[in-house]
Ligand binder design. Structure first.
Ligand SMILES: [Zn+2]
Length: 343
């Protein structure tokens, strides 16, 4: 049975049984609607999984939603952040202020948080424009502007590694490192109830953004990491998924396999695209323009095009790692171009 996606206004705080509760926290102005913040009970106080977007209304929804379930936010023991994105980590600092609890996240995302906190507005714009130019965006790169960015997330008190047990007396909540959507994304496996908090890694109706930044990087493979992380989760038999968006669902392994197949299909289409352009190897931007998105390329705004290019670049990079695509060397300063390599 599938619960359809419903607007934030239809969501309610819920007791999911087994000492687990969920509170929908709105993401103002975002079509995703809300983040599901979970609370896991223990004799030493509840621990939250994610915290929601840093906004007055979101804070009120979190505090009042917890209160409706009998939890005083001041009693929270700590917040485990599945990844550093603002709809997950945004309110963690506020919860820490109120409760004096800890914030925990994977060490790879903690490194990114330190980087984000050190990056001023001007340097973010230069980074974006330079990355777009190297990807073949042409004059679009000159017009780039960086939208108002949300406040950077709070620095964590605890840095997690794969396999770590969360400080939650009397229960077993284990860190499962699932890099891909971000380098330090984690799922949290509540071993005593057979449930997995999946963050953005496995969602029931949509797939998370997998991008590579800068686009022409050739020292990492986020999509390859993501696919391997899906395989890890697909090993969990009979485990219920508690995702950070949309709705909970019974079989995390089945959905993980479905998402893997979706990306393999995309990789096959991309290979065919490159084969068709063998005589004129495309830039990353050319590839992004030709891939299928949820709207026509002409209707995508600058921010969405940037994300589409990131996604195209991640898929190209995975083909390259598999030995199925390669970079064409051009004159110094020219954007990078890709071509097929056959085995
Ligand atoms: Zn995210």
């Amino acid at each position: 049975m599938k619960t359809r996606r419903r607007p934030y206004s239809a969501q309610r705080p819920a007791d999911l049984g087994g000492g687990v509760w969920s509170v929908p926290v709105p993401i103002p102005g975002n079509p995703l609607g809300y983040t599901l913040v979970y609370a896991v009970d223990s004799p030493a106080g509840p621990v939250l999984v994610d915290a929601g977007w840093n906004h007055r209304d979101a804070w009120a929804a979190l505090r009042d939603g917890l209160a409706a379930l009998g939890i005083d936010v001041r009693d929270v023991r700590g917040v485990v952040v599945t990844h550093h994105h603002p709809d997950h980590a945004g309110l963690a600092g506020r919860v820490r202020e109120e409760s004096d609890g800890w914030i925990a996240m994977h060490e790879a995302d903690a490194t990114l948080v330190r980087l984000i906190r050190g990056m001023a507005g001007g340097s973010a714009r230069d980074f974006q424009a330079d990355m777009m130019r190297r990807a073949g965006a042409g004059s679009e790169a000159d017009a780039v502007s960086v939208a108002d960015r949300p406040d950077p997330p709070a620095l964590p008190d605890l840095e997690l590694q794969d396999g770590d047990l969360i400080d939650l007396p009397g229960r077993r909540l284990r860190t499962v490192w699932t890099p891909g959507h971000t380098p330090g994304h984690v799922c949290l496996y509540l071993e005593d109830t057979g449930r997995l908090f999946t963050g953005d890694h496995v969602l029931p109706g949509i797939t998370p953004h997998i991008g590579i930044y800068p686009y022409d990087r050739n020292d990492v493979d986020p999509l390859g990491d993501f696919l391997a992380s899906l395989d890890r989760v697909a090993e969990l038999v009979d485990v219920e998924a508690l995702p950070a968006h949309e709705w909970t669902f019974p079989d995390v392994a089945a959905r993980a396999s479905e998402i893997r197949a979706h990306h393999e299909e995309k990789l096959t289409v991309l290979r065919e695209l490159l084969a068709g352009l063998r005589t004129a190897p495309p830039t990353i931007w050319d590839v992004a323009e030709r891939m299928t998105w949820n709207r026509p390329w002409a209707d995508l705004g600058p921010m969405q095009r940037g994300m589409a290019a990131g996604e195209a670049a991640a898929h190209l990079r995975t083909l390259e790692v598999r030995g199925l695509a390669g970079r064409v060397s051009g004159a110094p300063g020219d954007p990078v171009r890709f071509t097929t390599l056959s085995h």
